[in-house]
Design a protein around this ligand. Structure first.
Ligand code: GDP
Length: 365
């Protein structure tokens, strides 16, 4: 399954945030196949629609879908020089599908900062530079191989050569690959190079306890927002310390606590949702008397593959998907009414599943 890696300089609040993630943790019984890697934290994906469907269908059990974060510890500065721990750090980043970079925006004299002062843009650039240098090395190696073929007018090599030139120029002027411009066709080739700075990225601005209700009063947050906007990246504001406290509360206490803080949604919940959509993930539902359940799928897949997420037999024996959109179902008030109003569609093998679809799969065994 897809995972988002959490990175950041030392003392920015990574462990605190990752603690919150593992403590908030998904109910293990629901996800028996989940990894037991201590660096992986599995969280349930908050989804209001699931609560609404539960009210409507009144099942015996409700099961949210889950999402994985990976804690990427390790030294950052000098990583691209390829020594020991630095090398490991880069290879861990290579394995994740998206990057959440924690940036320290809280000021606390008692907590040392590696550079001696809190400067979020400096911090971001230290990490990004290591990743850019590592990518540049990958691109240069590739260049040597492709150049010869391109000179011989090999068609594919000529196309890739042009892309490599753009990549090299961009990286040399310290721009991450995700901020460069390519056509869709070219992107496919860029993706194949598995460059670190081509991974979707979001910045997690870690603010202090008294700033969560009004994060933009923190000028460091403003700076991160401006920086992120230039590379079309998203910014999520959290207070890691508060998230750690929240993760110990039950749902009712959590709501009261958030109320007291003057916020409607926890930073972690925002982070989970943002990471999920950053990875191009979406949710469909199954809704029966036994169980109402959310399932994660990759946007763009067709009905049989979506069925296969529940069970391989469902994909192999797929006949059709009885589908109603979440909003049509809620408008109708019940599955029966939705059917009467003609809102339940019979979809076949070519149907591209949509976020929020409520599906009943028909299949042969
Ligand atoms: P890491 O090295 O990035 O994993 O950072 P840690 O999570 O260990 O945090 C470093 C220090 O900063 C610890 O003493 C934390 O308690 C503190 N810290 C982390 N998040 C916050 C926060 O939101 N507010 C404040 N005041 N301190 C924090």
């Amino acid at each position: 399954s897809l995972t988002a890696g959490i990175v950041g300089l030392p003392n920015v609040g990574k462990s605190t945030l990752f603690n919150a993630i593992t403590q908030a943790g998904a109910e293990a019984a629901n996800y028996p196949f989940a990894t037991i890697d201590p660096n992986v934290g599995i969280v349930e994906v908050p989804d209001e629609r699931l609560n609404k469907l539960t009210e409507l269908v009144k099942p015996k059990k409700t099961v949210p879908t889950a999402f994985e974060f990976t804690d990427i510890a390790g030294i950052v500065k000098g990583a691209s020089k390829g020594e020991g721990l630095g090398n490991q750090f880069l290879s861990h980043i290579r394995q994740v599908d998206a990057i959440c970079q924690v940036v320290r925006c809280f000021v606390d004299e008692n907590i040392t900062h590696v550079s001696g002062k809190v400067d979020p843009i400096d911090d971001i650039e230290i990490i990004n530079l290591e990743l850019i240098l590592a990518d540049l090395e990958t691109v240069n190696k590739r260049f040597q191989r492709v150049e010869k073929l391109a000179r011989q007018k090999d068609k594919e090599a000529v196309i890739e050569h042009d892309i490599l030139v753009t990549l090299k120029e961009g990286l040399e002027s310290e721009r991450p690959v995700r901020a460069l411009e390519f056509t869709d066709e070219q992107w496919k080739i860029v993706k194949g190079l598995h460059l670190l700075t081509s991974k979707p990225t979001l910045y997690v601005a870690n603010v202090s306890e008294d700033e969560v209700a009004d994060p933009d009063s923190n000028e460091n947050v403003q700076k991160v927002r401006d920086y992120a906007a230039k590379e079309n990246a998203e910014v999520i504001v959290v207070c890691a310390k508060i998230e750690e406290e929240i993760s110990e509360l039950d749902p009712e206490e959590k709501d009261m606590f958030l109320d007291d803080l003057g916020i409607t949604e926890s930073g972690l919940d925002k982070l989970i949702k943002a990471s999920y959509s950053l990875l191009g993930l979406a949710t469909y539902f199954t809704a029966g008397e036994q169980e109402v359940r959310a399932w994660t799928f990759r946007k763009g897949i067709k009905a049989p593959q979506a069925a296969g997420i529940i069970h391989t037999d469902f994909e192999r024996g797929f006949i059709r998907a009885e589908t109603v959109s979440y909003s049509d179902l809620v408008d109708a008030g019940s599955m029966g009414h939705a059917r009467e109003k003609g809102k339940v569609r019979l979809e076949g093998k070519e149907y591209i599943v949509q976020d929020g679809d409520v599906i009943h799969f028909r299949f042969n065994v």
